[in-house]
Design a protein around this ligand. Structure first.
Ligand SMILES: C[S@@+](CC[C@H](N)C(=O)[O-])C[C@H]1O[C@@H](n2cnc3c(N)ncnc32)[C@H](O)[C@@H]1O
Length: 224
C-alpha cells in the first residue's frame, strides 16, 4: 500500500475530490489522480509542456490542472486565496520541503482552505535511519525523509483540534483531519526542535501515533 492507494481510496469511497499536491517533482502521483480540480505546486517541476500534454491524453482530468512553479510559501502568499475561492480543498498531499517548519507551514496554510471533512496526507513521516531523519543541510547520502516527524509531534502537541496519526508504510504517511484526538502529546516547539533521532527510535509508536494499514480503513470507515 502507498500514498496513491490512500489518495485514490479516499477519493472513491469518501468522494473527496479537490486536490492539492505540494512537492510534485515529475508528477509520478499527481498525473494519476482523477479529479477535475487539481493544483500542483513545486519550485521546479521535472516535466515540460510535452509531458503535460502526454499525461492529459492518458488521463484527461489532467487537461484542467493548475500549475504553480514556485515555493509553497509563495503560492499561499500570492495565489491560494484566489485559487480556492470557489472550491475548497478536500484532499492534499504535503510532500514539498521535508523540514519541520516548512511542513508545518504547509499543513497550517492548507487547513485554511480545506473543507471541515478534508484530509491532509504528509509523506516521509517515519524515517528509519538517523541519516534520513535530519535537516537537508546535514544530509549526506542515501534516503532522505527530513524531520517531518517533528511536524507530526508538533501537531499532536499543539493542535488539540486535529487528529494526527502516521500509517506505517510508504516511509510513513501522516494523516491529518479536523477531529478531536484520542490522545495528545505535550511538547513545546523548543522541546520538539531539541529531540534527537535516538529519542524518536525509543518512542516511535507513541510519538508518531503509528498505525498499521488496517487502521486507515477503520478510521475512515472504508471497505478494503
Ligand atoms: C519528494 S519530491 C515530491 C514527490 C511527489 N509528491 C511524489 O509523490 O511523487 C519533493 C519535491 O518538493 C519540492 N520542493 C522543495 N522545496 C519546496 C517548497 N519550498 N515548496 C514546494 N515544493 C518544494 C522539490 O522541488 C521536489 O520536487
Amino acid at each position: 500500500m502507498d500514498r496513491l492507494d490512500v489518495i485514490q481510496t479516499l477519493m472513491r469511497q469518501k468522494n473527496l475530490k479537490n486536490y492539492l499536491e505540494i512537492g510534485v517533482e515529475n508528477g509520478h502521483i499527481f498525473f494519476r489522480i482523477k479529479s477535475t480540480f487539481k493544483v500542483a505546486v513545486d519550485p521546479k517541476f521535472i516535466f515540460d509542456a510535452t509531458r503535460r500534454l502526454g499525461k492529459a491524453i492518458i488521463n484527461p482530468y489532467n487537461f484542467n490542472n493548475q500549475y504553480f512553479e514556485k515555493t509553497s510559501d509563495a503560492f499561499f502568499a500570492q495565489d491560494a486565496q484566489r485559487v480556492f475561492t470557489a472550491k475548497k480543498l478536500q484532499l492534499a498531499l504535503v510532500d514539498g520541503m521535508h523540514e519541520y517548519q516548512f511542513a508545518l507551514r504547509d499543513v497550517e496554510n492548507t487547513l485554511k482552505y480545506m473543507q471541515d471533512d478534508g484530509v491532509i496526507i504528509m509523506h516521509d513521516c517515519n524515517p528509519k535511519t538517523a541519516g534520513a531523519a535530519g535537516r537537508f543541510e546535514d544530509w549526506e547520502v542515501g534516503e532522505w525523509n527530513g524531520d517531518v516527524w517533528r511536524t507530526i509531534i508538533h501537531l499532536r502537541s499543539q493542535r488539540p483540534d486535529l487528529t494526527v496519526f502516521v500509517l506505517d508504510f510508504d516511509q510513513g504517511l501522516g494523516i491529518v483531519t479536523r477531529k478531536k484526538p484520542e490522545s495528545i502529546l505535550e511538547f513545546t516547539p523548543d522541546q520538539i526542535q531539541a529531540l534527537t533521532y535516538d529519542e524518536l527510535v525509543q518512542n516511535r509508536e507513541k510519538w508518531l501515533n503509528l498505525k498499521p494499514a488496517a487502521y486507515f480503513y477503520e478510521f475512515f470507515g472504508l471497505i478494503k
